[in-house]
Design a protein around this ligand. Sequence first.
Ligand code: GDP
Length: 607
Amino acid sequence: RHKEALAARSADDLRSPICVILGHVDTGKTKLLDKIRQTNVQGGEAGGITQQIGATFFPMSAINEKTKKLRENLTKQVEYKLPGLLIIDTPGHESFSNLRSRGSSLCNIAVLVVDIMHGLEPQTIESLQLLKDRKTPFVVALNKIDRLFDWQVYPNYPVQESLKLQKKHVIKEFNDRVEKTMLAFSEQGLNSCLYYNNKNFSKYVSLIPTSAHTGEGVPDILHLLVELSQSRMTDSLMYLSEIECTVLEVKVIEGLGTTLDIILSNGILKEGDKIVVCGTNGPISTVVRALLTPQPMRELRVKGEYVKHKEVKAALGVKLVASDLENAIAGSRLMVIGPDDDEEEIMDAVMEDLTGLMENVEKKGVCVQASTLGSLEALLTFLKQMEIPVSGINIGPVHKKDIIRASIMLEKAKEYAQLLAFDVTIDKDAQELADQVGVKIFKADIIYHLFDSYKSYMAELAEQKKIDQAPKAVFPCILKIIQVFNKRSPIVVGVDVIEGVLKIGTPICVVGEDGKTITDLGKVTGIELNHKQKQIVKKGEPSVAVKLEVAHYETPKTHGRHFDDKNLLYSHITRESIDILKSTFKQDLNKEEWGVVVKLKKILNVA
Ligand code: GDP
């Protein structure tokens, strides 16, 4: 088998690269895909473009046809060596994240769509991060050029041809916007330039101006995808003896049961092959019962009818029918067990996709749940960057048991009693239980929306915590009495803040001559400067009048009897108050003020 495989590995026999379209919402990803897919309208011919499962295959003949006009004008002719191009049908993070194997990408090349009128947006930056993490080469479609003021449409023209025919002020606006985009990319640490000026693909990202409405620039995208694939990754496009395959979706189909929509990115898969995929309850080992693709476009398609294949060869998207697939996880790798393989070893390898992610789990943290392995992985990466700890992970819809898992944090660390649900549904029972016990669920279909709501919630919590704990937090201060206005009930004295921060609410005490006896004088209920009320006075500010009051059940203290002008007044800090300061008000004190805490600890003998 190995020999045969080696013989087949040749630069003349390459498989089709797999391409994913990514970008911010509304930049035109879907529209662009439609336009690229659009068949030769005049001829009404499909041009060999075939609809597969989850992907569209563009044979080189169709790409040749679409790029003909573009290539006529090229100074350097490029020979197309690939059989074609496989473009994944659902644009976005999701599919990109799921095309994975052992943390590396099965997506060979990507198109990152940017709206020329908007520049880089939050999801553009997320996409860039994903592409960077997986080291996937990509080109940028600078889409919606037809929206430039006064743009004249030349349908399906190569973009340079169309640009030549535009008015001066249109070109000017175009250049301005391209400049801005290049600047924005450089802020993300990337060099970029218009693709026809690009002399070095490995140093510069190519920008392709496009319009998904008019088709301008679409030939350029196709040409560049082929050229880039050929020049940059011949090696990964050679056939392998082992298969490389990933589960894009797990779907229940009437009459077929639970099926897997898979992308076979390398090798050959056959009916009857014994396979393993990752499941929520452990590895699933089963046998391929059928491999299906949709009926060709031109035929009258009866719903649910597929073409059956004895074997399929990469790269392509197929529907796999087998038993026991109910718990299969989207984003899982699919492996074949050969006659000489150790089944258990392969099972472990497949489960690693999930168990590997468990390494991110800590004792305290939020729970996260996503629809697929890929999206879960992407989510965990982002959480790590945001320094949000995770205590539990799961895949699929949120059920009661997931809420129970998240509720463990109610006792351990209340602020983490949360479940971040990414692109999954939430059971009614689960939601009810969450509301009942106080587990907060954040649900979003876009990662950065999830973070936005999570972040603002955390800020709110922190603010609330400060309010709740303020009475127990004692800010450190040392006061010197300079005048006595009222000796008793309430004590009113003029003071200088000689150390730290004087705040309303602070309990004040004095220490006896023995250095041990602590006498509480009451809490600060008023601070006045020139007849104006103040909430806070810091060291170095002018002297203030301070009112001290005791609770109704305490005995009031008297100036001249319990203390006098020689006594310094201290905020009465305790172990508990210091802990609260540390956990909730750390940022509210500067270094010097923390020094006062240390000083007071000694004076008041706090352990
Ligand atoms: P997606 O969310 O990235 O998939 O974006 P869509 O493909 O759904 O497009 C979002 C909106 O932008 C739709 O209203 C499209 O008609 C529009 N749109 C997409 N591409 C273009 C373009 O090139 N020019 C113009 N004028 N509008 C576009």
